[in-house]
Ligand binder design. Sequence first.
Ligand SMILES: [Zn+2]
Length: 122
Amino acid sequence: MEEGMRRERKFEICGKPFVPNKYRPNQTVCSSLECQYQRQLSNMKQWRNANPNYFKYKESQDKSWKQTCRERSLEWRRKHKEYLQLYREANKERHRVYMRDYMRQYRLKKKEDQNNKEEAGQ
Ligand SMILES: [Zn+2]
């Protein structure tokens, strides 16, 4: 294997640096939920751009196209929901820490205001 293959690269989407794994030499997107999801979306877009007439063609060929379309959209929504749930789970801890710091700042600010008021009153 060439030495250059093992050098550090950057993930698409998030730009995090990584050293390519020898078992996945073509990896360009990290395994985080967010990046995997973004990749899926962009794959879909690329495919649609490359096959602009696919859906029109299908429509003229398939009388139950509308039905298929509806099922696909339901399926997409279901998957999307799953993703959102996973995403929320993954971010729970982050959110908890954020809220804790937020409340801490809030209480500090309140206390400061209170002190300022008392000082002004004297
Ligand atoms: Zn990433």
